[in-house]
Design a protein around this ligand. Sequence first.
Ligand code: G1P
Length: 312
Amino acid sequence: MGKSSVYNSDVIRSAIVPVAGYGTRLLPATKSQPKEMLPVARKPIVQYVAEELAANGVRQILFITGRNKSSIENHFDSDPELLRILKSANKRDLLQELEFEDLEVKYLYTRQRQQMGLGDAVLCGENFAGEEPFVVALGDSILGLHAQSRSVSRMADLFVSRRASCVIAVEEVPIEETRHYGIVHASDGEGDSDTYRVLNLIEKPRPEEAPSNLAIAGRYIFSPLIFDMIRRITPDARGEIQLTDAIRMMCEEGKRILAVKLPPGEKRYDIGNFPSYFETFVEFALADPVYGAGFRTSLERLLEDKTRQALK
Ligand code: G1P
């Protein structure tokens, strides 16, 4: 019987959130601040991630940080001076904006000393996870508009009920884009139409080598077995220890790995490059309950002006 079969809780309380990457694709914006702190509409990206995890039952988050990431820690810490100023000025609406500080989540931080890949970053959370299953949520991906996603809870249910060693969220991507993602080779037959048994995984394959167009979508649930696998795999050609390779080793050892497709309408917003960052910002700003309608009007006016100028 696999180690995962001993878990009886249907809620997974711990999450590891890797935020150590340099964010080079977003330079110069990320020269001295983490990409995870860039705002999408009114909040920094990492706040959406923490709120999503809290809404899915997570009660402690370990951020795997690196150099230049201290603003993440500051963001989740309370600031008594700011509170005092806002209270004395009776700025209730602004005080409401700080309510995320009261999320029922304990935050912990550790540093990945050298950038040796996502697998190595996750390995930094071994003591934190202990003997319990845990979530890995990539700090540069938001699930669902305004992070309303309940996918992590669904994945946790499947992890326990199907006695899996790993559950991965996946999304369909255009086949010509497989080189940006971990791609899974999956078979049906896991009962639900959105759930697959994973047979193999390849990190960033060329389209002609990709076994499917199902891409790993930035959320995972693992049994602590993954740490052994990470320790045993060899680094890739760039010297990075890939999490995808460690999951493949689990697969090869016969462990049950499941993939769950994100529900229709639940987009994954990837903030790792400028085109998708711009698009995400605009989509979230348009959906803002206070400023969305006004922003739509300005955007429409701007687009009309540009179209008119282009036609001149
Ligand atoms: C990472 C993972 C990859 C996954 C992607 C998006 O790649 O290694 O398997 O598909 O996130 O969740 P990165 O975007 O960090 O290069």
